[in-house]
Design a binder for this molecule. Structure first.
Ligand SMILES: Cc1cc2nc3c(=O)[nH]c(=O)nc-3n(C[C@H](O)[C@H](O)[C@H](O)COP(=O)(O)O)c2cc1C
Length: 269
């Protein structure tokens, strides 16, 4: 681990956040740090976590603290699972493999996003511990079925089906930072925003050495190969999951399925 992210420089998550802000171009940092519109839900979620307090049991002999637990038959060293985060190779070279390796060492599950830049086989090998695969239907049903089969063969132990991205959030920071323009590849459109990348030369050098803009290595379009990095928002809106889809997903994946993003009790709620 580099010294820049070790104690005493980094003691908590807020220290890590500051380090990320220093290292990453604004458009990349804000993609991770930001939420939709006025970020009310983001703030409410944080407040909900901050409102949780633990009530200690006092005057109880505790020889060793043990946080071990079991989730869907998998034993975890502590009750944490890394949620799927797309586009990690924009943040760090071979980002998904790096995160999976760290999760494996910590004895917790890593969940790989469909929208990742590393091949799912490489991520499973990097972790060496149980891994889950998160499914979006981008690229259509045949792409999804091929990914499910690859995930099974690579040893992923559960499938996480995300159902809450039928409409993507309006991420105002992305608009201000010119995320769409920077991805357009058109020089004129990129020019007003490109300074963010040029002022982070260490990130830029690592990004280019990692192959530049990633492709979606696990969304293989028949006859075309890995899906190019494009407007993810549009791709997701064209790939809505409905309850009917769960029938063929269930047929294709015999192991545990986790539905991610349940906000209401049914279609009419
Ligand atoms: C940068 C970023 C990328 C994400 N990518 C995905 C994704 O590809 N698939 C998915 O199901 N959820 C994705 N999510 C949602 C997270 O998995 C998680 O549900 C969400 O961030 C809420 O958890 P938190 O409060 O711990 O951030 C992403 C979140 C962030 C911040």
């Amino acid at each position: 681990m580099p010294r820049s992210v070790q104690s005493p420089r980094v003691i908590n998550i807020e220290d890590l956040r500051r380090a990320a802000k220093r290292r990453l171009p604004r458009v990349v940092f804000d993609y991770i740090d930001g939420g939709a519109e006025a970020e009310l839900t983001l703030r409410a979620n944080r407040q909900a976590f901050e409102a949780v307090t633990f009530r200690p049991r006092c005057a109880v002999a505790t020889s060793a603290c043990n946080l071990r637990t079991t989730v869907l038959g998998t034993s975890l060293s502590m009750p944490l699972i890394l949620a799927p985060v797309g586009s990690c190779r924009l943040m760090y070279p071979r980002g998904e493999e790096a995160a999976a390796r760290a999760a494996g060492r910590a004895g917790i599950i890593y969940t790989l996003s469909t929208l990742s830049g590393c091949r799912l086989e490489d991520v499973a090998a990097a972790s060496g511990a149980p891994v889950w695969y998160q499914l979006y239907l981008v690229g259509g049903r045949s792409c999804a079925l091929a990914a499910i089969e690859r995930a099974r063969a690579a040893g992923f132990s559960a499938l996480v089906v995300t159902i809450d991205t039928a409409v993507a959030g309006l991420r105002e920071r992305d608009i201000r930072n010119g995320a769409k323009e920077l991805l357009s590849g058109r020089f004129g459109a990129m020019l007003p925003f490109v300074n963010q990348l040029l002022t982070k030369p260490r990130w830029l050098a690592a990004f280019l050495a990692d192959g530049g803009l990633m492709k979606f290595a696990n969304v293989i379009i028949p006859g075309k190969g890995p899906m190019l990095y494009a407007d993810v928002t549009t791709a997701l809106e064209q790939a809505v999951v409905s309850w009917q889809d769960l029938n063929w997903i269930r047929d294709a994946w015999r192991g545990p399925i986790i539905i991610k993003g349940v906000h209401t009790g049914g279609p009419k709620c």
